[in-house]
Design a protein around this ligand. Structure first.
Ligand code: SF4
Length: 220
């Protein structure tokens, strides 16, 4: 049997910035690679997801590397503070974590008291034993996960409106105003996106606003 290895771009301890669990202390494990963009600027225009603001290639970030399952668990245990207070919490993100995440890895973390969350674009199967599933659909991608705890939509998207995903059942629905990725007049565009997201939430109260509080706090 081949021992699985995990390509991790970065891993760090921080406060969850967005969504229903914003403000919660978390170990973030960012897996390398995504199925909706190759991570290169030259590939952005042809990508299904064209507005990614994250470096998702390689293993060269903070605590990045190629890990065995046991090594990745040990890294998370080292990052979590040495205290009996508060439940250990890990967020598997990316890139697209479904490309690498396994039920066995989730199980191993849970055996060590970690509550396991994922942030995924929803286009690939996910391990069934996750504790919290946040799906963030992108562009014209084919979302196959139709039930989740949290649905988070970057808004507005040219190819995707909230109406296009009303077949996805979630406990919480969040709009996240589209940020810039280095375009001209980005400040003005972000303000416009915030205003349109605000108006959408006011008109459709099922949706709540999610801001990137980690950026306001100046943390990862
Ligand atoms: S789906 Fe997520 S990780 Fe993949 S390119 Fe889009 S924003 Fe980046």
């Amino acid at each position: 049997m081949v021992t699985p290895v995990f390509k991790v771009k970065e891993a760090f301890y921080t406060l969850q910035g967005e969504g229903a669990r914003a403000g919660r202390a978390s170990v973030f494990i960012r897996f390398s690679k995504c199925n909706l963009w190759n991570g290169k600027e030259s590939g952005r225009k042809a990508a299904v997801c064209q507005f990614c603001d994250t470096d998702i290639t390689g293993t060269d970030g903070e605590n990045g590397g190629v890990y065995s399952q046991a090594e990745l668990l040990n890294l998370a245990l080292r990052l979590w503070p040495n205290t009996q207070h508060g439940s250990p919490y890990v967020v598997f993100t990316g890139g697209e974590p479904a490309l690498q995440l396994t039920e066995s890895l989730v199980d191993d973390f849970q055996q060590h008291r970690f509550e396991c969350a994922v942030e995924s674009n929803g286009t690939l199967p996910l391990p069934k034993n996750l504790d919290w599933v946040c799906i963030s659909p992108k562009g014209k991608s084919d979302v196959i996960i139709k039930q989740c705890h949290e649905l988070k939509l970057v808004y507005p998207q040219v190819d995707l409106s909230p109406d296009d995903i009303n077949d996805i059942q979630a406990d919480y629905y969040y709009l996240s105003p589209m940020a810039d990725y280095g375009v001209e007049n980005s400040g003005m565009i972000i303000r416009e996106n915030m205003q349109s997201a605000t108006q959408y939430c006011l008109d459709h109260p099922q949706w709540r606003m999610s801001l990137q509080t980690h950026k306001l706090l100046g943390i990862n």
